[in-house]
Design a protein around this ligand. Structure first.
Ligand SMILES: Nc1ncnc2c1ncn2[C@@H]1O[C@H](COP(=O)(O)OP(=O)(O)O)[C@@H](O)[C@H]1O
Ligand SMILES: [Mg+2]
Length: 259
């Protein structure tokens, strides 16, 4: 079954086509990566799926429910993952997990147990009793994700979860994401990192200018475009630089090197 079915959605911002008649099926219990350069429309897709934005046209079904007609049901299923960065700065990591756990309907005892599991999983045990305002960017990102996972949502949206993270924290994030899928979740993430899409995802959609320009597994894409890696796939699809579209490729490639 598909966790998400997107049919012919478009979204314009003052005449700019951010999403241009995009369709995409995302299978259940997998990691699906939307890969694309800055401005490709990745965040707009996530915002539509999260019901923060309405598409101008088209339909979206999440876990079988239409997001326009059955939004309440969808909100229940997708859970807290949408409410990123809702942690209270004055509270410690441990207190935040406890508060959110109880808000989500766990008993105090269950919330404590779940909180401790997550602190361990995200390598935040040493920082458990520090107030959030003292956290580094990487720690903060890990706590945000930990909070969003308290109630083990079936579907998780992560918009560039590893952008700007150091390699160690990024690897930790990858293994956490893989674990989530092992436990039955579906993860939809966006990334600008070719390597990340290659390593982490079961399936990849490459986006450019609001459209899906290629889709498949990393292996099938490389085969289809007779390419050694995803850089080459992207390059082959968007042109060799003579049509002025090479900028995107250069941008992606540059970002990959930073990783
Ligand atoms: N709220 C907005 N108002 C106007 N333009 C926007 C808005 N959000 C996104 N855009 C434009 O839509 C395009 C796609 O943006 P976005 O979805 O953020 O791309 P990505 O996440 O792939 O970098 C970009 O050209 C961006 O400038
Ligand atoms: Mg974005």
């Amino acid at each position: 079954m598909n966790a998400i079915e997107i049919k012919n959605i478009s979204k314009n911002f003052d005449g700019l086509k951010a999403i241009d008649n995009l369709s995409l099926d995302i299978p259940e219990n997998s990691v699906f990566a939307i890969l694309g350069p800055n401005g490709a429309g990745k965040t707009t897709v996530i915002n539509i799926l999260s019901m923060l934005l309405k598409p101008d046209k088209g339909t979206v079904k999440i876990l079988g429910f239409d997001i326009m007609k059955e939004s309440k049901k969808v909100r229940e299923l997708v859970g807290l993952t949408l409410q990123y960065a809702c942690v209270d700065e004055a509270l410690t990591a441990k207190q935040n997990l406890l508060v959110f756990g109880q808000l989500l309907g766990l008993s105090r005892k269950e919330a404590k147990i779940r909180g401790n599991e997550l602190l361990k999983e995200f390598n935040l045990e040493d920082a458990a009793n520090k107030p959030i305002q003292k956290f580094s960017g990487g720690m903060r990102r890990r706590l945000d994700l930990a909070v969003s996972l308290i109630d083990r949502p079936k579907l998780i949206f992560l918009d560039e979860p590893t952008t700007g993270l150091d390699p160690r924290t990024r690897n930790q994030m990858w293994s956490t994401i893989k674990n989530l899928v092992k436990k039955g979740s579906t993860v939809l993430l966006t990334t600008q990192y070719l390597e990340e899409a290659d390593q982490l995802s079961d399936e990849i959609a490459i986006m450019d200018e609001g459209k899906v320009i290629a889709k498949g597994t990393a292996e099938s894409l490389k085969k289809e475009y007779k390419a050694k890696n995803l850089d080459e796939v992207f390059l082959k699809i968007t042109g060799d630089g003579t049509d002025g579209k090479n900028n995107n490729y250069e941008e992606l490639n540059m970002i990959k090197e930073v990783v």
